[in-house]
Design a binder for this molecule. Structure first.
Ligand SMILES: Cc1cc2nc3c(=O)[nH]c(=O)nc-3n(C[C@H](O)[C@H](O)[C@H](O)COP(=O)(O)OP(=O)(O)OC[C@H]3O[C@@H](n4cnc5c(N)ncnc54)[C@H](O)[C@@H]3O)c2cc1C
Length: 181
């Protein structure tokens, strides 16, 4: 794993202390789930879905729970909703837009997907945004609070509000990124 890039010396520093020189460097390190600074976003039982480890955590944190909440109405969100639904876990799906994935789908198709979500007894909440995530005494999620003040008790929160470039490890280098953070 690359931990730092020394662009002056054209060298990669590796996690076990090794080094590797390069002539041309292509960074293709994928993405990490977006977090927008929501209070409670790093609690136990709050996670994105990108890696195998995310799936393992999801198995652990959805065991015997009463309700899950998914934040973000895109493809990963609906995949997560399907996964929870297949395990018969009551699920609330928060979608900021007035209709599912309406920035991409035609109006009618977006409406059909809304209907399918509801038909499958997933609690679809359109035009709804997360304000914060509350913890229990063990530091585990116990509820979400919406921007309208409503509180929804839950024991798992899936954060599926898009991804950002996985480039934190190059922050200490002199590389300048345009759309990265
Ligand atoms: C749940 C899920 C479902 C998806 N379904 C689809 C789908 O059906 N169809 C579709 O087209 N796309 C799908 N995608 C999107 C697709 O997986 C990504 O667009 C694609 O994997 C991005 O490829 P990538 O090579 O940019 O990054 P990745 O596939 O994430 O690869 C990045 C690589 O970089 C490595 N890396 C990271 N940091 C470092 C470091 N510091 N040093 C060294 N190596 C590092 C990682 O270990 C990894 O091997 C899905 C994504 C998810 C999360």
């Amino acid at each position: 794993m690359v931990t730092t890039i020394d662009t002056d010396a054209k060298t990669l520093l590796l996690h076990h202390g090794g080094k590797m020189s390069y002539d041309v460097l292509i960074v293709a390190t994928g993405s990490v789930p977006n977090k927008f600074g929501w209070p409670g976003q790093d609690l136990k039982g709050v996670q994105g879905m990108y890696s195998y480890q995310d799936l393992e955590n999801m198995e652990v944190y959805t065991k015997n729970i009463d309700r899950a909440v998914i934040v973000g109405g895109g493809l990963i969100g609906i995949e997560m909703a399907e996964m929870l639904h297949s395990r018969k876990i009551p699920t609330t799906f928060l979608v900021r837009e007035p209709s599912f994935w309406n920035s991409i789908l035609p109006k009618e198709e977006s409406a059909m997907v809304n209907q399918q979500i509801v038909n499958n007894k997933i609690d679809l909440m359109l035009k709804t945004e997360l304000k914060e995530i509350l913890a229990n005494e063990q530091g585990r999620v116990k509820a979400v609070v919406l921007t309208n003040g409503e509180e929804i008790p839950c024991q798992f929160v899936g954060l599926t509000a898009g991804v950002r470039p996985n480039i934190d490890f190059i922050k200490s280098s002199k590389l300048h990124t345009i759309r990265g953070w």
